[in-house]
Design a protein around this ligand. Structure first.
Ligand code: ZN
Ligand code: ZN
Length: 534
C-alpha cells in the first residue's frame, strides 16, 4: 500500500521527466535531440538515430552548449601558438559547385543584356541572388561577384584628434617572432589582450552609474552598436603597424556596466607602448545621416504612400529623403553620426604555449559563450535593473543599421523601406534587451588562426573518439537520412527520446572509460560501445 502523503510532500518529490532531463544533461547528452531515420542502402536496415540539437545557449541545451564551448576552446588553443604557417589549400570545386557557378554566369549574361536593352532586371537580379545562395550552400567560399558598392565621395582625411600611425607593408607571415634566451632556449610568445569601451560616466563597483543623469547612455548605445566595426579597424591598424598578417581569436562579452569588452588571443606579441599608440590612433566613424533631432515622434509618424512605395511627411505631404539621398546630403564639413573608440586603459600579457596562463586565458575567452550577452551579468539589485532599463531605452530609438525603422523618427526613409515600419519597433537584434546593443558574433576568429573551420575541429574530435573506442567510421554514402515527424508511426515523443539519450550516453561513457583503461594497460570490462545517440 502506498503511504499517505501531504501535498507539500508530494510537491517535494522530484518529477520523473525532470529527473530524466537532468540525467541526460549530467551525462553530457542533448536534452532536445532530433530524431532521424537512417536507412542502410546495402542491407535495407532502418535505424532511429538521435542527433544532438547543437544549440549554443546553456539555457536551451546545457550539453550541446558545453560541447560548443569546448570546441571553441580547442580552436583557440590550436591557433594561438602555431609555429608553422597554417596550410590553407582550397579543395578543387566539385561538379555540383561548378554547375551552380555556370548557372550564375548564364544569369549574369542575361541580366546584363536585359539591362543594356533598357529592360527591367529585378527578376534576374533576384535569380542571381538565389543562385549566390546556392553557390554558398554548395560549400564555396566568397562570392562570384562581390557587391559593387557605389562609393560616395566622403572626406577621408584623418581625424585631427587622433594621432597618425606609422604604416609598414604587411608581409604574408601569420606567426609571431621568436626570442632566444641567453641559455639558448627559444620562445615564441603570444598575447592575451582585454580591451574596453571608453567611460560614459563614473560607475560604482556594482556596475551602475554614480550619477545616472550624468551617464552618457546614447554614446554607450552607439559604441555597442558599432563595436564589431571598431574591432575590425583595430585589427587592420595592428596589421599595418606590426607589418605581419596578425591572427586573432576574440570573444566579446559585456562588462558589469553592460558595455561590451573584448578578450583577444593574438598570435605573436606587440609591446604595451606600441599597443597604446595603435589604440590611440584607432577609431571607427559612422557616416550615417544625423539622428539627434526627433522629427516625427510616435504621434506624427510618416505615412506610407502605396503608389510610390515611399514614406511621406504627414504635415507637408512631401516625401522624406530616401536613404541614398540622405547619405548623399552628408557634406565634407559634416561630422559623422558617431565616432567609436576604445578606452585607453587596456590589459595585455604575454603568454607562452602550454603554460598555465595559457589555459587560464582560454578559460576567460570561452567562459561566457554559452550565455546570452545580457545573462552574463544578471541584475541582482534595483539599481542594476534600472541601469539595464535605461540602456535598453537608449537603444530603443537608436538606429541599428541602414534598414532600421527608427530612421523614420529622424526624418529619413530607411534603406529598403516597406510598409508598416514603426520607430521603436525595429526587429533588429541589437534593440533586444538580451543583446545590449551588440548583435554581432560572440566569437571572432581570423581566417588563418588554426587553418581549420569549426567543422574541421569537430571532425578532429570525432576521429579521436572513434579511434579511442576502436570503431570504424561509417561511410556516409551508404546511408540515407530522413527527418521523423510526429505523424510517423516510428516517431518517438520527447520523453522517450530522452530515455534513449540517457541509456546511450551511459554506454558511451563506459566504453570510453574502458578504452582509456586499455590504453593505460589495465584490463577492461566487457562493454560494447554501441548506441544511437551522439
Ligand atoms: Zn542539445
Ligand atoms: Zn533597428
Amino acid at each position: 500500500m502506498t503511504p499517505r502523503t501531504t501535498r507539500a510532500q508530494r510537491l517535494a518529490m522530484p518529477l520523473a521527466r525532470d529527473v530524466v532531463r537532468d540525467l541526460a544533461a549530467e551525462h553530457g547528452g542533448c536534452v532536445r535531440p532530433v530524431q532521424l531515420r537512417r536507412t542502410d542502402l546495402d542491407t535495407g536496415q532502418v535505424e532511429q538515430v538521435l542527433v544532438p540539437c547543437g544549440h549554443t545557449l546553456a539555457t536551451v541545451c546545457p550539453s550541446c552548449a558545453e560541447r560548443a564551448r569546448t570546441l571553441r576552446a580547442a580552436q583557440c588553443r590550436e591557433g594561438w601558438h602555431l609555429d608553422a604557417e597554417p596550410a590553407i589549400t582550397p579543395d578543387p570545386a566539385s561538379d555540383e559547385q561548378r554547375m551552380w557557378v555556370e548557372h550564375r554566369a548564364e544569369t549574369q549574361q542575361h541580366r546584363d543584356q536585359a539591362d543594356a536593352a533598357g529592360h527591367d532586371t529585378d527578376d534576374l537580379d533576384e535569380l542571381s541572388a538565389e543562385l549566390d545562395e546556392e553557390i554558398t550552400r554548395s560549400g564555396i567560399r566568397g562570392s562570384v561577384l562581390p557587391n559593387r558598392m557605389t562609393r560616395r565621395h566622403r572626406s577621408t582625411r584623418r581625424r585631427q584628434d587622433a594621432p597618425d600611425l606609422p604604416r609598414r607593408p604587411v608581409a604574408p607571415r601569420t606567426i609571431g617572432k621568436t626570442y632566444t634566451a641567453p641559455d639558448g632556449a627559444i620562445f615564441r610568445p603570444s598575447m592575451f589582450l582585454t580591451l574596453t569601451c571608453d567611460s560614459y560616466g563614473k560607475v560604482s563597483a556594482d556596475g551602475t552609474p554614480a550619477r545616472p543623469d550624468g551617464y552618457d547612455y546614447q554614446r554607450a548605445a552607439r559604441d555597442a552598436l558599432h563595436f564589431a566595426a571598431l574591432f575590425d579597424r583595430l585589427i587592420q591598424n595592428l596589421r599595418r603597424f606590426t607589418g605581419y598578417d596578425l591572427q586573432y581569436f576574440a570573444a566579446i562579452e559585456p562588462q558589469k556596466r553592460l558595455a561590451p569588452h573584448v578578450h583577444v588571443a593574438i598570435r605573436g606579441t606587440v609591446s604595451r607602448a606600441e599597443l597604446r599608440q595603435v589604440l590611440a590612433a584607432t577609431y571607427h566613424q559612422v557616416w550615417w545621416p544625423p539622428a539627434d533631432t526627433v522629427r516625427h515622434d510616435d504621434a506624427h509618424l510618416p505615412a506610407w504612400h502605396e503608389p510610390s512605395a515611399q514614406y511621406l511627411d504627414p504635415a507637408t505631404g512631401e516625401f522624406l529623403p530616401t536613404w541614398d539621398a540622405a547619405l548623399d546630403a552628408i557634406g565634407d564639413d559634416d561630422e559623422p553620426l558617431h565616432v567609436a573608440r576604445f578606452g585607453l586603459r587596456f590589459d595585455a600579457q604575454g603568454v607562452l604555449a602550454g603554460s598555465r596562463d595559457s589555459a587560464r586565458c582560454i578559460g576567460y575567452l570561452t567562459k561566457y559563450l554559452t550565455k546570452q550577452i545580457a545573462d552574463c551579468h544578471q541584475a541582482q539589485t534595483d539599481a542594476q535593473a534600472a541601469h539595464a532599463g535605461r540602456l535598453a531605452d537608449a537603444l530603443r530609438y537608436e538606429p541599428c543599421s541602414p534598414t532600421c525603422a527608427n530612421w523614420l523618427r529622424y526624418g529619413v526613409q530607411p534603406k529598403n523601406a516597406r510598409e508598416g515600419m514603426r520607430p521603436g519597433r525595429c526587429t533588429g537584434k541589437a534593440h533586444r534587451r538580451e543583446y545590449l546593443g551588440y548583435a554581432g558574433r560572440r566569437v571572432l576568429v581570423s581566417r588563418k588562426w588554426s587553418g581549420k573551420t569549426l567543422a574541421d575541429h569537430r571532425a578532429d574530435r570525432k576521429a579521436w573518439l572513434l579511434e579511442t573506442l576502436g570503431i570504424a567510421d561509417t561511410d556516409p554514402a551508404r546511408y540515407t537520412w530522413e527527418p521523423v515527424t510526429p505523424g510517423d508511426p516510428d516517431h518517438m515523443p520527447p520523453g522517450q527520446r530522452l530515455l534513449h539519450v540517457v541509456a546511450d550516453r551511459q554506454k558511451w561513457h563506459a566504453a570510453l572509460t574502458n578504452a582509456r583503461a586499455r590504453a593505460s594497460g589495465q584490463p577492461a570490462a566487457n562493454l560494447s560501445a554501441t548506441g544511437s545517440a551522439a
